[in-house]
Ligand binder design. Structure first.
Ligand code: NAD
Length: 435
């Protein structure tokens, strides 16, 4: 099938390359000239494990191409995916749909044959209706169908998630669109990934419900971690104790510095707004957002506490800046609030991240970026593990202690065993655990 992917970011590029790998003919479109010219030279605009090889293989096989020309790209496509950003609208937290609607206008101008238009972007309930309305103004109603197909991939494991999804959700009431979508996802269907056909509005809401639920799970265990610290319990054992219950499940029960990233923060806010607008507030998610916002700065204060409550002119090294490992994505990363809290309290902050420093530089200009964990830690009074990159899991703790000025190791991801760190000369604190 001939497919176009409008928007070649984390979702569009990965999805487009994976669809090409299934054997479809795919053009990934973006309005960012640099992104497209880089992609045409096999330079990846993002860091995602395995992506460069996947893209190259499919470009070489002439199944995948890149373009800035939306009109020409979509003309003879069987299906057009919209995978543009839907960030929070400044001021009110609603999803900003201006990119989705702008892309829809352009699609409306250029559809050349009967086509399915699919929103892969995360969009509030009713957006599909509006996309349909926009296209209807310029195209006959029987020329197109608008489908919701939210994406559930995780950055850092995006290719695997796309190729082996827990489920595929397809929202449409149109029989022909259902057939086209089944054909597009046929390779996954053969892999026995469940395809869930729903109404369009149901599919749109399913994505927000999933992210809000996951954000709630993380926030729940984070608050349990705080309680563990107060009462002398261990959150990892509590998490295991509850996670073995199949009704609860063990995933997303890792206490840490609070969720961040390109999805949970904006999607929880957008769901809250939709719910309020429809006079059906979701108070649990409102509390989750509030607790999580406070948590990021609280983690900065935790570091200050570990340094006896005063960090003026003290040096703190942050290991890991991205919101999670194996991505370069810095959107809403907890490291931003943690660094700011420390700087506001007078600390001198250095950092190292394997992939995130390029974008982090702009977001935290007062943080000194370094080229390794040990360089960041040199002369530091405290080292803080903020993101659980593999590269930080087996640090030489004695070497770390030697280059440091002080001896404080704050592990916000619980990747070290307190008993092991106790054998070094470092003083260790982590999240929700006994020392
Ligand atoms: P992104 O910012 O990385 O990429 C969006 C791209 O769309 C940009 O490159 C931008 O230049 C391009 N674009 C915007 N308007 C365009 C237009 N009219 N024509 C062509 N290109 C245009 O965003 P992302 O992280 O890939 O997210 C895209 C959507 O997928 C969002 O709705 C997001 O919520 C959702 N989503 C993201 C993830 C994730 O992990 N990043 C996971 C699931 C769902």
């Amino acid at each position: 099938m001939k497919l176009a992917m409008i928007g070649s970011g984390y979702v569009g590029l990965v999805s487009g390359a994976c669809f090409a790998d299934f054997g479809h003919q795919v053009v990934c479109v973006d309005k960012d000239d640099k992104k497209i010219s880089d992609l045409n030279r096999n330079i990846m605009p993002i860091y995602e494990p395995g992506l460069a090889d996947l893209v190259k293989r499919n470009v070489d096989a002439e199944r995948l191409s890149f373009s800035t020309d939306l009109a020409a790209s979509i003309k003879d496509c069987d299906a057009i995916f919209i995978a543009v950003g839907t960030p929070s609208r400044r001021g009110d937290g609603h999803a900003d749909l201006s990119y989705v609607y702008a892309a829809s206008e352009e699609i409306a101008d250029s559809i050349g044959k009967r086509t399915v238009v699919i929103t892969k972007s995360t969009v509030p309930v009713g957006t599909g209706d509006e996309v349909q309305h926009i296209i209807e103004k310029k195209q006959p109603r029987d020329r197109f169908a608008v489908v919701s197909n939210p994406e559930f991939l995780r950055e850092g494991a995006a290719i695997r998630d796309f190729k082996r999804p827990d489920r595929i959700v397809i929202g449409t009431e149109d029989a022909w669109a259902k057939e086209v979508m089944t054909e597009i996802y046929r390779p996954l269907f053969l892999n026995e990934s469940p395809i869930l056909f729903t109404g369009r509005r149901t599919a749109e809401l399913t994505k927000y419900a999933a992210n809000a639920f996951l954000a709630t799970k993380i926030t729940f265990i984070n608050e349990i971690a705080d309680l563990c610290e107060k009462v002398g319990a261990d959150v990892q054992e509590v998490a295991r104790g509850i996670g073995l219950d199949n009704r609860i499940g063990s995933k997303f029960l890792h206490a840490g510095p609070g969720y961040g990233g390109s999805c949970f923060p904006k999607d929880t806010l957008a769901l809250i707004k939709t719910a309020q607008d429809n006079d059906s507030p979701i108070r649990i998610v409102e509390a989750v957002v509030q607790v999580n916002d406070q948590r990021k700065r609280a983690m900065g204060r935790k570091v200050i506490h570990a340094l006896d409550g005063d960090v003026r002119d003290k040096r703190v090294a942050l290991l890991g800046l991205t919101f999670k490992p194996n991505t370069d994505d810095m959107r809403d990363a907890p490291s931003i609030a943690i660094a700011q809290t420390l700087i506001d309290a007078g600390a001198i902050v250095s950092a190292y991240d394997p992939e995130g420093m390029e974008s982090a530089k702009e977001l935290m200009p007062d943080v000194a970026m370094t080229d390794s964990s040990y360089t960041a830690a040199t002369d530091a009074d405290a080292v803080v593990i903020v993101t659980e990159w593999d590269a930080f899991r087996a640090l030489d703790l004695e070497k770390l202690a030697q280059v440091m000025n002080g001896n404080i190791l704050v592990d916000l991801r619980n990747i070290y065993n307190p008993a092991e760190v106790a054998q070094s000369s470092l003083v260790y604190s982590s999240v929700g655990r006994l020392r």
